[in-house]
Design a protein around this ligand. Structure first.
Ligand code: AMP
Length: 277
C-alpha cells in the first residue's frame, strides 16, 4: 500500500483501462468505512481511500480541532482491507490562502442538517469536487448513514456531468443497533445508552408504519417520546422527507426517508431509515 500526500503525485495515478474505486473519509476509520473499502475492492482494479478532515465542512463552533484522529490505526485498517493507495492531502495544499471557489447544490443543502449547519454541505461538495478532479475515480463509495450527503453528492454529479458513479452503501451498526460513527468516541457510557434510542425510535416508526399508521404527527410524537427517555438527548430534528428532493411529506405513502439528528450530551448524532410500504 502506498501513501501519497501530494496532489501532483496522485493526479498521475489514473491510467487508461484501470478502474479506480474511491472512498473519501475524514479518518478515524471504523467498520462503516471498512464496508465501503471492501465494496470498492470488489468492484475495481484499484482502491484509493482519502483521509482528510475537511475544514470547510465544519462551522465556526463545531469540532474541527477536536475531531478524532489516529493515522497509524487508519493506515493499518486500509492495508488490511485491500486499499492500494491512501491519499492524505495537506490542508495548505487543498486550501491555499488565495482559495476562492465553492461548489453548492442549492436547496438540498438547506433542509435537515443544513438548518443547523448552513455551510456544511457546501464544504462537502467543494472538497469532493476537488478530490474527484484530482483522483478521477470511476466509482466513489458513500454510506447511507449520511443520507442527505449521499443525495446531494448524486445531484452534484448529475448536474455537473461529473464522470464518476456514486455508490450508496448500507448503514453499518454496532450489535446493539447504534449506527457506527467516529463521533461515538465522544460519548460517555451513560450517553452511549441514550444514543441507542435514535435507532430504537426509527425501528418504532417502521413498526408503526407497517401496522398502518400514516399520520406523521402521531409517528413523530412517539419517536420523540422514545428519544427523550434519554436524559442526555435533545432533539434537533425528526423529519419525514422524500428521497429525491428531501421535501417534507405530508402523509406516509410508498417510500419515505425518516432522518433524525439528536444532541446526546455535547455530541451531535444522526441516523436514518428508509421505509417502504
Ligand atoms: P466520514 O469519515 O464520517 O466523513 O465518513 C466517510 C464515509 O463513511 C461517508 O460516506 C459516510 O457516510 C460513511 N460512513 C460513516 N459511518 C458509516 C456507517 N456507520 N455505515 C456506513 N457508512 C458509514
Amino acid at each position: 500500500m502506498k501513501l501519497i500526500n501530494s496532489i501532483d503525485e496522485i493526479k498521475k495515478i489514473k491510467k487508461e483501462n484501470t478502474t479506480i474505486g474511491f472512498v473519501p473519509t475524514m479518518g478515524y476509520l471504523h467498520e462503516g468505512h471498512v464496508s465501503l473499502i471492501k465494496r470498492a475492492r470488489e468492484e475495481n482494479d484499484m482502491v484509493i481511500t482519502s483521509i482528510f478532515v475537511n475544514p470547510t465542512q465544519f462551522g465556526p463552533n463545531e469540532d474541527f480541532e477536536k475531531y478524532p484522529r489516529d493515522e497509524k490505526r487508519d493506515l493499518q485498517k486500509c492495508e488490511e482491507n485491500g486499499c492500494d493507495i491512501v491519499f492524505l492531502p495537506q490542508k495548505e495544499e487543498m486550501y491555499p490562502n488565495d482559495f476562492l471557489t465553492y461548489v453548492e447544490v442549492e436547496e438540498l443543502g438547506k433542509s435537515l442538517c443544513g438548518k443547523s449547519r448552513p455551510t456544511h454541505f457546501r464544504g462537502v461538495t467543494t472538497v469532493l469536487t476537488k478530490l474527484f478532479n484530482i483522483i478521477k475515480p470511476d466509482k466513489a463509495y458513500f454510506g447511507q448513514k449520511d443520507a442527505q450527503q449521499l443525495i446531494i453528492v448524486k445531484k452534484m454529479v448529475e448536474d455537473l456531468n461529473m464522470d464518476v458513479e456514486i455508490i450508496g452503501c448500507p448503514i453499518v451498526r454496532e450489535k446493539d443497533g447504534l449506527a457506527i460513527s467516529s463521533r461515538n468516541t465522544y460519548l460517555s457510557p451513560e450517553e452511549r445508552k441514550d444514543a441507542l434510542l435514535l435507532n430504537k425510535s426509527l425501528i418504532l416508526a417502521k413498526d408503526l408504519i407497517e401496522n398502518g399508521e400514516k399520520n406523521i404527527s402521531t409517528i413523530r410524537s412517539e419517536m420523540e417520546k422514545t428519544i427523550l427517555l434519554g436524559k442526555n438527548n435533545t432533539i434537533d430534528y425528526i423529519d419525514f422527507v422524500d428521497i429525491e428532493k428531501l421535501n417534507p411529506v405530508s402523509e406516509i405513502q410508498d417510500k419515505v426517508l425518516i432522518a433524525i439528528a439528536v444532541e446526546t450530551g455535547k455530541t451531535r448524532l444522526i441516523d436514518n431509515m428508509v421505509v417502504e410500504l
